[in-house]
Design a protein around this ligand. Structure first.
Ligand code: ADP
Length: 153
């Protein structure tokens, strides 16, 4: 059976926390689609093209990974891509409470789709794209929080 997972997120920018979850998921699935959710209401820092090209560069040697962008509901995108799994990372109990509701509602809408959670390694549990963006906007040093393929000026 072809086990396809979608890892949805903003990835604005991708962090070493995201990268770790993606790498740890590779043994579980035949294909992992890193899917950038495009939401025009969100106050993005980097363009979708920039975010996508960084992720492609980071995983250029991983044949199981595909990078894409989508609009609308994640479950609709999963159906379109034939993916039965949604992958999410859990850092804190707050993440869990938030994710639980989304996962339960998604499952109520489409029974065939399961959300799979990977608990972050402790060293990554404080890393958060929103804070990374704030550091970058304010001219601080964010390099240690992002994969080495991303060069932040
Ligand atoms: P969103 O835009 O929905 O907040 P993100 O792009 O920040 O999503 O993150 C996508 C997924 O990656 C989410 O499941 C989130 O919990 C997870 N994630 C983000 N940062 C980390 C981290 N440092 N360690 C583990 N998982 C993370």
């Amino acid at each position: 059976m072809n086990r396809i997972a979608v890892f949805p997120g903003s990835f604005d920018p991708i962090t070493i926390g995201h990268e770790s979850i993606i790498r740890r998921s590779l043994d579980l699935f035949d294909k992992v689609i890193v899917a950038i959710g495009v939401n025009s209401q969100k106050n993005n820092l980097f363009s979708v093209e920039q975010r996508k090209s960084w992720i492609e560069k980071i995983f250029e040697n991983e044949s199981k990974i595909e990078v894409d962008a989508y609009q609308g509901m994640t479950i609709d995108y999963c159906v379109k891509k034939n993916a039965r799994y949604i992958l999410r990372g859990l850092r804190t109990s707050a993440d869990f409470e938030f994710e639980r509701g989304i996962a339960q509602m998604n499952h109520a809408m489409i029974k065939e789709i399961e959300t799979i959670f990977i608990v972050s390694n402790p060293e990554y549990s404080a890393i958060n794209s929103t804070i990374v963006r704030d550091i970058i906007r304010n001219g601080g040093q964010a390099q240690q929080f992002v994969p080495k393929e991303i060069k932040i000026k």
